[in-house]
Structures are given as C-alpha cells and as structure tokens.
Design a protein around this ligand. Structure first.
Ligand code: AMP
Length: 392
C-alpha cells in the first residue's frame, strides 16, 4: 500500500490541501485543491496529477459549514482516488510557533495546548489552523499530525532584529518580531542551495509578493531579518492589509474615531492595502487592467514600499548579491518587478527588460553584478517533506 502525506493549510474560510506520495527521497505531488467559502456555501476544487480537468464539488446543504465538513469532503474524494494508497501522515501549516517552536513537531495534546495559548498572537489565523488539526485528528486517528511553523525560518534572528523599542518586559512576554511566510522562504532557500549555491552563500533578498506580502534578507541561507514583525500586518502593504503604519495613527483612530480592537483589526486586515488605497480591488491583475488613477497610485505605493524595504534589508545584510521575486504577484507581474527594480540601480541591479517581460528565471542582465531571479514558490512541498520524515 503506497503511503501518502496529506498537507493542510486551514484559513478562516478555506482549507488548501495537497496529496503527496512518499517513500522516495522527494515527496511526489499527486493532487492539490482547496475548499473555499467555509461558513458560507462551501465548494471544493481539486486537480490530480496527470489529469487536465479540475474536480469541482459543492458541499451538500446538510453538511456542516466548518473545517470538519470541508475535510470530510476532501477525504471522500481522496478515498475514491487513493486506490490502495493510504494517508500515513498529515502536515499542517501553523502560522505561529511563538518563541519556543521552530522545527516541525508531532502535534501532541500538550503541544496543541501550547499553540492554543498563542491564539492572541495571531487571532485571525491560529484558531483556524488548530481547527484543521482537530478535524484531521478525527479524520485520520492513526496518522501522526505534524506542525510546520510559518515563523520557524526566522527564529534565529539577532536580538536587534527580534525586538521592538519597548520595555524589556514586553519582549520577555513574547512581543517580538517573529516574521512569517517562513515555509515559502524555506522553499526558495532550498531551491537556491540546490541550483545556485554561490548565491545561496551570499546576501539575498527574497520578495514574497502575493495577497500577503513580505520580504526576507538572508545570508548564507539563514534569515537575518524580515519585513513582517509581531503580526502578518507589518512591512509591505498587501492585498487588504496596511503594512507598516505609524502607531500614532492607531492611537488617533481609537481616541478620535472611537474604534475598538475589533474595528481596528477589520480596518487593518481587511479594508486596507491595495484594496483600501485603490477603492477597486485587492487583486493586482484588476489593478493593472484598470485606467483609474487610484489603481496606479495603489501600485506605486506598493512598489515604493518594496523598494524602501529592499534598502532596509540591504542595510541589514551589508549589501546584496541577489534578489528573488516569488508569490502570485512576484511570479507573474512583469510590471511590478520592473517598477521595483527601476530605482534600485544604486544596488547595481541591471534589469533585462525583455527577460522580465517574458518572465524568465533570470531577469537581470548578464553584466548585472546583482542577479535577479523569478522563482515559483511551493509551501506545500515544504510541509510534505517535513511530514514525510515523521511517517511511520
Ligand atoms: P498569492 O496570494 O500568492 O496567490 O497571489 C495572489 C496575487 O497575485 C493577486 O493579487 C493576483 O492578482 C496576483 N497575480 C496572479 N497572477 C497575476 C498576473 N498574471 N499578473 C499580475 N498579478 C497576478
């Protein structure tokens, strides 16, 4: 019976899943999909390796509208398709490992309880991740459940990149710059180590630009600093999140506009960023297609902040040898990549405009002292690799 790893990334209203055959050196992708609109009218889309048609299913009306029902639907589909295969291990993306968890771990009741205590650190993500763990534990009682932390890649930051300028007691309570998108950075770093060892040994800035966006500065494959901090709000503006903001603005909104924590969270997480600035959409494709000046201004704000953060990371790294674009925008938007690189000439980046338009793997000119690469990320395979190591 062929053993498989199931990877789960449970968000507020969606569960992404991946199925991988394990046993060989590298997990082999067999299927990937998502259940969306959990809590509303849930639907599942999935694609199996070697099949061109997508499988689509609407969850039955009488199914629950929670993660368990979503997982049951995934399970039913996999049950039909696995043949004599079985799920030997389940890997979960867990957004927050706090100060203590970095390496992937088996989710024992004690660890789950410790991760539940971190809910206040990531109230919009951690509870859904843990709901996915609970659902998968019920669905696959015999399979080890493995946590893979989005904060893990950044856990060895020096104090100066880990702290805020607050009294020490807050640092000791865990108010630190954790950084996120660690699974994506882990994937990019391992791809660099395999394919570009000289770059991996040097000073790299990796820009994960998707609906969520952050950047990471690495030296010798190790994260030195990240644009995201205590929460996934800091740093770059994102699809609907504000990015870096003067904390005085929050004090003003509380005292003068009467906003409480829930109203602020809704503003900063759901109504800001590209959506808030453009008033049109959080979707870069729609903004690029729009003639509205607000769309152009939103893109200009996004790319300006990326350039500023590249400069900050270059200062942390003491220079730059390579820049990687990844994530939905980084991988697909030649326009954003060109706007970012324009104005970074002082770093000695020389963009090959044709290669950038084509979306080549290398988009810097041959005579550019700084290499610029476009690399597709794959967070699921990072979870699958980690989970496979725990398969019985
Ligand atoms: P992600 O969260 O990594 O899936 O990225 C989602 C973002 O990528 C959205 O803003 C999309 O509009 C953007 N995106 C995907 N494809 C393209 C494209 N061809 N051109 C510009 N942006 C794109």
């Amino acid at each position: 019976m062929r053993a498989h790893a199931l990877t789960l990334n449970a968000g507020s209203s969606s569960v992404k899943f991946g199925l991988f055959a394990i046993g060989a050196a590298e997990p082999e992708p067999r299927a990937a999909g998502v259940v969306e609109q959990i809590g509303g009218a849930p639907q599942m889309r999935a694609r199996f390796a070697g099949e061109s048609d997508e499988v689509r299913r609407v969850l039955p009306q009488d199914a629950g509208r929670d993660h368990r029902a979503a997982l049951d639907t995934v399970l039913a589909l996999l049950g039909e398709r696995l043949g004599d295969g079985h799920i030997a291990v389940v890997g979960h993306r867990i957004v927050h490992g706090g100060p203590d968890h970095a390496e992937p771990v088996v989710l024992t009741p004690a660890i789950i309880a410790a991760l539940a205590r971190l809910v206040p650190f990531a109230p919009l993500h951690q509870p859904h991740n843990l709901a996915g763990v609970e659902a998968a534990t019920t669905a696959f009682p015999g399979a080890p459940q493995i946590a893979c932390f989005d904060t893990a890649f950044h856990r060895r930051h020096a104090f100066v990149h880990d702290a805020f300028g607050l009294p020490r007691a807050f640092y000791d309570k865990g108010l630190r710059r954790y950084g996120f998108h660690g699974l994506s950075y882990d994937f990019i770093q391992s791809a660099l180590a395999r394919d570009e060892p000289a770059l991996n040994a040097g000073r790299m800035v990796v820009a994960h630009l998707g609906n969520g966006a952050s950047m990471c500065g690495m030296v010798g494959g190790e994260s030195v600093s990240s644009t995201m901090g205590f929460s996934p709000l800091d740093g770059l503006p994102m699809g609907t999140r504000c990015g870096q903001i003067d904390p005085g603005v929050l004090l003003y909104l509380m005292t003068e506009e009467g906003m409480d924590a829930a109203a602020l969270a809704d503003l900063l997480y759901n109504r800001s960023g590209l959506l808030g600035l453009s008033g049109i959409s959080n979707d870069m494709r729609r903004l690029e297609a729009s003639d509205a000046p607000e769309a152009a201004e939103a893109i200009a704000y996004f790319t300006t902040r990326i350039r500023r953060e590249v400069a900050a990371l270059v200062a942390d790294l003491g220079g730059i040898d390579g820049l990687v674009f990844t994530g939905g925008i980084g991988e697909n938007s030649a326009h954003v990549r060109a706007m970012v690189c324009e104005g970074l000439g002082w770093t000695r980046i020389i963009l090959d405009e044709e290669a950038n338009r084509r979306g080549d793997r290398t988009i810097s000119r041959e005579d550019s002292p700084v290499r610029v690469l476009v690399l597709p990320t794959d967070e699921e395979i990072v979870i699958a690799r980690a989970a496979a190591r725990f398969a019985p």
